[in-house]
Write a protein that binds this ligand. Structure first.
Ligand code: HEM
Ligand code: HEM
Length: 401
């Protein structure tokens, strides 16, 4: 494994500890209802600290090139500062570190685009194309996020331009995450995958779906939202047709990264269904977010952030560290089944019973399902950090006859 990929994974795992601990506090409500600043810390420590640092590690692994460990360290520093700024609730700090984080995002986008251009569009594999388009959507979504931060800091955020927050979230979740996940899952399940016309149509369809979703939310144009749903369904159906057989054939009982990548596929399909439901419910509510159940939004969030992205990242870390000693070999099954049974039951509870926020401690079924997922995630953090610290095992040369 490259040194810079390894350190990006390590920083990501370290920040994910905070996400999971805040998730446990939210699940049990032991510290009462978490305030908005803490919820935004839970959210962005997960999406930037864990997911985006992990994506940076994977981009270095897939695109290659010279060592960029200094850039990885600076990115982790900026991300940690931005997450802490969210926690502080200080709007000036949030605007300043939001801007440095935007610079980080631009840097890694340019890294992927320049490597992709050097290879030539026609020779790019589907995973590389998908990740490059995903990072492009991340740049767009993050620019909207920084605009929101500046409007907050200058006291200019109004109900009218507040739709920028929804457009920001839509681009990031409906575009960036879906594109990166599709590319990385394919890379993990089919490392030698060649570029095909199907893969090309899939990537551009998912890119268009993210953009039309964000613009549709921003300008409140319903036909664009419907177009987005249709194009996203087309992209995901092509993906499932291309990758489904490999996912089904993954070694489900063996402690490999492939099974994490494989189980992310049904979560991607569930995420698509929930995006479509979310858009329909939002249209029916005529854009009034207070009429959209929190349980539905939180179910969509964790399908994408944990079911899809955390499985994908755990899978990538396991595959990349396969040449290292398997510290705590028993942990692999606990992490895999705990994370997935926990996530599935938490999502089911959110959809059927609803959000547990604001309830007395341990009175909502959320308190008994989300912690299974959170504790499995923390065990994953501890196990993978230990494995990443060890040196690779020397390969044993075959004995001469
Ligand atoms: C430079 C990067 C980013 C910046 C500057 C940024 C900024 C923001 C801001 C200012 C808000 C509104 C906070 C509030 O309500 O007070 C927000 C909300 C949100 N962000 Fe980000 N963010 C970034 C990255 C991301 C990423 C990578 C994701 C997902 C993959 C994400 C997902 C969300 C979501 C889901 C919301 C909540 C929207 C809602 O409450 O409806 N953000 N972000
Ligand atoms: C990448 C990782 C994660 C991200 C980005 C994320 C994001 C979010 C978001 C956006 C919310 C909604 C906050 C609000 O506006 O009320 C939320 C709520 C919540 N999160 Fe997470 N989360 C992540 C991982 C986890 C983990 C590992 C746990 C484990 C315990 C967890 C447990 C919860 C709980 C229990 C809620 C409240 C759900 C409810 O009762 O409605 N999250 N999370």
């Amino acid at each position: 494994m490259r040194a810079d990929t390894r350190s990006a994974f390590q920083y990501g795992l370290a920040i994910f500890t905070l996400t999971a601990l805040l998730g446990l506090a939210n699940a049990t409500q032991l510290f009462g209802t978490l305030d908005r600043n803490t919820l935004l810390t839970h959210l962005h420590s997960g999406t930037l600290g864990w997911i985006t640092m992990g994506v940076i590690g994977i981009a270095l692994w897939i695109f290659g090139g010279r060592d960029l460990n200094t850039a990885v360290r600076l990115s982790a520093l900026s991300t940690a500062a931005y997450v802490l700024a969210f926690w502080s609730g200080n709007l000036v700090l949030r605007a300043v570190f939001g801007a440095t984080e935007l610079a980080v995002v631009f840097y890694w986008w340019w890294f992927a685009v320049s490597r992709a251009m050097a290879e030539g569009y026609g020779r790019l594999s589907t995973p590389k194309l998908s990740i490059t388009l995903g990072l492009t959507t991340l740049v767009i979504g993050s620019t909207l996020g920084v605009i929101v931060q500046i409007l907050y800091a200058t006291n200019n955020l109004t109900p009218e331009n507040g739709v920028l927050i929804g457009a920001h979230a839509s681009a990031q979740v409906g575009g960036y995450l879906v594109l990166v996940a599709a590319g990385v899952i394919e890379f993990l399940l089919d490392p030698a995958s060649a570029r095909t016309r199907g893969g090309e149509v899939q990537s551009w369809a998912l890119f268009l779906a993210g953009l039309t979703l964000a613009v549709g939310v921003l300008a409140n144009v319903q036909p664009l939202l419907l177009l987005s749903n249709i194009v996203q369904i087309v992209g995901i159906v092509i993906f499932v047709v291309r990758i489904g057989r490999r996912a089904l054939g993954a070694p489900w009982t063996a402690a490999t990264g492939q099974r994490h990548a494989a189980i992310a596929v049904p979560f991607l399909v569930l995420g698509l269904v929930l995006v479509v439901v979310f858009v329909q419910v939002t249209i029916a509510a005529q854009g009034d977010r207070s009429k959209v159940p929190d349980g539905l939004i939180h179910a969509l969030d964790h399908t994408m952030f944990v079911g899809l992205m955390t499985n994908m990242l755990f899978g990538a870390i396991l595959v990349a560290s396969a040449d290292r000693p398997r510290v705590w070999p028993w942990a692999d099954n606990v992490i895999f089944w705990g994370l997935n049974i926990g996530a599935a039951s938490f999502i089911l509870v959110l959809l059927t019973v609803g959000s547990g926020e604001g309830r007395a401690p341990f009175t909502s079924p959320v308190a008994f399902t989300a912690p299974i997922m959170g504790l499995a995630a923390l065990l994953g953090v501890a196990t993978f950090l230990m494995r990443l610290r060890t040196a690779p095992q020397p390969s044993i040369a075959p004995a001469r006859a």
